[in-house]
Design a protein around this ligand. Structure first.
Ligand code: G3P
Length: 227
């Protein structure tokens, strides 16, 4: 992954599926090319193949299971994602929480197949624990601010600075992202000024009247703010 990063978690909004999802993914691709920012799209599993075939930016899955192909009804093997061209996996989102041993198994399976991982943490200490597993990226997201429109970078800047400090004690390379309530370009700028390499964002884009404009504004600021 390049930095700065704008990772768009589609979640499971009405806009996260079908034509609308594809439009948002294409808008993300256009903005990534225009601004030279790494824009990652993270659609639901049903949309992965279509979106992977339609855009050249990184496409991540919202979750995966550390299984090979086989008799695993209702599970989503990491290897199957690899084979359809998915670039990485979002792991341990607050809305899809896992135990530490499960996170380790998914990150290891992803490494085996050359997939990237972006692992979420709810606190600076959890972020440091996750950094020790060496994912490509991690995102700190205080759960109480998710979907509120109140940006962590404004409401709880100390969560970000503490995360950067604790994570860097154990891992110098992992890309650190800020998430929860990120609504405006200004919130993205604050996240970067506080020492992270970008944001993990959902509702501000998925619920926007004009998602492309929001992506563009955020990417422009990320590019300008990141040194
Ligand atoms: O994964 C990003 C997310 O949990 C933050 O959601 O809607 O506050 O941007 P939102």
């Amino acid at each position: 992954l390049k930095v700065p990063v704008l990772a768009i978690n589609f979640k499971a909004y009405p806009t996260s599926f079908g034509v609308k999802a594809l439009e948002i993914a294409k808008a993300a691709e256009k903005v990534a090319q225009e601004y030279g920012v790494e824009v990652i799209v993270i659609p639901p599993a049903t949309e992965l193949r279509k979106i992977v075939e339609s855009v050249s930016i990184p496409v991540y899955a919202q979750h995966a299971d550390p299984y090979e192909y086989g008799a695993y009804t209702g599970w989503l093997p990491v290897v199957a994602l690899k084979d359809i061209g998915v670039r990485g996996i979002l792991v341990n989102h607050s809305e899809h929480r896992l135990r530490l041993d499960e996170i380790v198994a998914i990150v290891e399976a992803a490494k085996k197949y050359g997939l990237e991982t972006l692992v979420c943490a709810d606190t600076p200490i959890a972020a440091a624990a996750i950094a020790a597993i060496k994912p490509v990226a991690l995102a700190v997201e205080p759960p109480e601010l998710i979907g509120t429109g109140i940006a962590v970078s404004k409401a709880k800047p100390e969560v970000i600075t503490n995360t950067v400090q604790r994570v860097r004690e154990v891992n110098k390379e992992v890309i650190i992202l800020t998430g929860a309530g990120i609504s405006t370009a200004e919130d993205v700028e604050a996240a970067i000024r506080l020492g992270t390499a970008g944001v993990l964002v959902a509702s501000a884009i998925m619920k926007a009247q004009n998602p492309e404009k929001v992506i563009k504004d955020m990417a422009a600021v990320a590019k300008a703010a990141y040194k």
